[in-house]
Structures are given as C-alpha cells and as structure tokens.
Design a protein around this ligand. Structure first.
Ligand code: AMP
Ligand code: ZN
Ligand code: FE
Ligand code: FE
Length: 279
C-alpha cells in the first residue's frame, strides 16, 4: 500500500487538523503518513493518537527552510520525535525568528496600503507555525488579491515587496542536527533549488551526502517525468534514498491531494523501510 511522506496540517500552513488529515489518509488507503509541519512538532501527538485509532503508521517529522540561493532548499526531516533533542530544541528559535519576520511583513503590507493586522493572521493560522500562506489567505479574504498564488506572485515571494527573510539553518547544520537527533534528513522538492544542469545537481547531492544527507524527494506532486527520472538517477549514484510525498496543504495549495498529488503520485511502502534503516 502507498505512503505519503510530506504533508502539512493546521499546525503549520495546512488546512486540515491532524485528526482530519490522518482520517483522510486512512480513507485513501495509505499505509503510512508523515506529518512534516514547518518548524514544529506540535501536531504530532494529535496525529499519533488518530493514527492509532485508524490503524495507520504515523511518521513524526518537520520541514525546515535552509539558507540557500538563488532558489530554496527545504529539508524534510523524518522520524523526529517530539521532546528534547538537538534539532527539536533548535525549532523553537526558528519559530521565534518566524514571528519576528511576520511582524515585519505586516509593516510591509501596511506600507503597501493593505489594512491587515497581525491578530487577523494569527486567527487564520491557529496554533503552531504562522507562515506566508496565512498572510495570503487573509489578503484573499479581504479582497486585496484573487487567490493565494497571486498573493505570492505580487507581494510575498522572494524579491517581491512584502518579502522579508528569516533565520535559516545551513543545509549541513540541518543535516547534522537531524542525524544527532536520530532522525532522517531528506532534501525536499529539489526542483526549487535553482539548479539547472544534471552536473549542478550531482555536485550538490554529492556534497550533501558527504554532510550526512539520507534521502532526496524523488516523487513529488509537481515534477515532470524527466525531473523524477533525473533525481532518482542521482539518488542511486550518490547512495541517497528516493523518498516521496505530496506536500499536501489542503486549501492552501489547491489541486494537490493527499497521497496522489495531482493524480499520478504513488510512493510505495518499501521507501519508508529504506528510510527507517537510514536513521
Ligand atoms: P514561510 O515558511 O512562512 O516562509 O512560507 C513558505 C510556504 O509558503 C511554503 O511552504 C509554501 O507552502 C508556500 N509558498 C511558497 N511560495 C509559494 C508560491 N509562490 N505560491 C504559493 N505558495 C507558496
Ligand atoms: Zn507549507
Ligand atoms: Fe517545502
Ligand atoms: Fe512542504
């Protein structure tokens, strides 16, 4: 049976509470689900309880944005259990940096003529990590933009007027902290890394493998078939495990469904066993 190793709940910028997310996974016939909310493990206990009830396996995890240019490098960290630990402890500081950044985004939106206060964004976000998609949702609701994509394209994306940076871990530090915490670091959606050629990817993956990287997301909702083949080939070459997930966010990323992405995604359970062995 298939699995989904990259998903978000209402504890970050997903629209489904962990209980609803797990119930949906069970309904869709997934055998295992990783909850990978940005910079937080706060949704894990609820997801674990729901998973026990539905008889599916819940992999605790998180997704971290790393220092990277010109694109973005996100690290999905699997098998990271809530409680004290090297990476777990670091997440709190990342969330604080997120809050400081968010206050500055509010100021930017004001200066752009938008009447939005941070309490509205906090109300949109609920518990957990507050992120740009929550700003986008408030901007949509108040009629400043027609949809979330436009909010990013016009205002919130890197290089746009309401973009504000925040503290990020260097990739090698994220990898080291994950490994020291007994968890499994996986480079998420490498097509966003701003790399062009297979040789560029090869050089980077080789370096990250040397830093202790375990996996790379080779199946993903947004890949073209040739991208999937390239990443799978590179993973084989550098001894990285080919992970996969939908990056399901519910209504915050319309068109992407749990387990199946845009329809064609399918990640077999054997991938999870390989990743577990890499811890
Ligand atoms: P943050 O972690 O608060 O900086 O927000 C990052 C999140 O925003 C990512 O995980 C994506 O889910 C979402 N995001 C980033 N860029 C875009 C975009 N261009 N359109 C829609 N969502 C985006
Ligand atoms: Zn997200
Ligand atoms: Fe991501
Ligand atoms: Fe994600």
């Amino acid at each position: 049976m298939p699995v989904d190793l990259h998903t978000h709940s209402s504890f970050s910028d997903g629209s489904d509470a962990p209980t609803a997310l797990v119930a949906k996974a069970a309904r869709f016939g997934l055998e295992a689900l990783a909850l990978t909310d940005h910079d937080t493990l706060q949704g894990i206990p609820e997801a674990m309880a729901a998973a026990a009830e539905h008889g599916i396996e819940l992999v605790p995890g998180t997704e971290i944005s790393c220092e990277w240019a010109p694109g973005t490098l996100h690290m999905v960290v699997l098998f990271l259990t809530p409680g004290p630990g090297p990476l777990q402890d670091r997440l709190e500081g990342l969330r604080r940096s997120r809050s400081r950044r968010n206050e500055r985004i509010v100021e930017r939106l004001h200066s752009l003529g938008m009447d939005i206060v941070y309490d509205e964004v906090l109300a949109e976000a609920g518990d957990g990590s507050v992120g740009r998609p929550h700003f986008a949702a408030v901007m949509v609701r108040k009629g400043y933009v027609p949809d979330i994509t436009t909010a990013f394209d016009k205002y919130l994306a890197n290089g746009r007027p309401a973009y504000v940076t925040r503290e990020r871990l260097r990739p090698r530090d994220a990898i080291r902290l994950a490994r020291e915490s007994g968890a499994v670091p996986v480079v998420a959606h490498p097509h966003t890394m701003g790399l062009d050629t297979a040789a560029d990817f090869a050089a980077i993956f080789e370096e990250l493998h040397g830093d202790g990287l375990v996996g790379v997301e080779c199946s993903y909702s947004e890949y073209e078939p040739d991208q999937q083949a390239l990443y799978a080939d590179l993973a084989r070459r550098f001894g990285l495990i080919a992970s996969g997930g939908s990056d399901y966010h519910g209504t915050y990323k319309p068109g992407i469904e749990l387990g199946v992405g845009r329809g064609g995604l399918r990640v077999p359970y054997s991938v999870l066993d390989e990743l577990r062995a890499g811890a």
